[in-house]
Design a protein. Structure first.
Length: 94
């Protein structure tokens, strides 16, 4: 089991792993998990995410850019998807 998988299984939204211990895909997976778990946090952005992951901001940006995305765009996209899902959820209409 990879370190990121172990962190994801624990259900935590923060981790104390060293950047040297994670491969790029593991770091990306952990970052995505943390983004999805923290979408309602208004302070969530690349700097906050990098601090939570204990990696440099540059490494976080490069991890997402390797797949042609930006971490900012990813956070924005998932926030918009969450809002759209909330709009059509009949349990949330008032």
């Amino acid at each position: 089991m990879t370190l990121a998988a172990a962190a994801l299984e624990s259900g935590g939204t923060t981790t104390e792993v060293s950047a040297d211990m994670l491969g790029e895909q593991d770091l990306r997976s952990l970052a995505i998990h943390m983004i999805n778990a923290s979408l309602s946090d208004g302070n969530l952005g690349p700097s906050e995410l990098a601090a939570r992951l204990n990696v440099s901001l540059l490494r976080l940006y490069r991890t997402f850019e390797a797949d042609g995305e930006s971490v900012c765009r990813y956070i924005q996209m998932y926030r918009l998807q969450r809002v759209a899902a909330d709009f059509i959820d009949p349990n949330l209409s008032g």
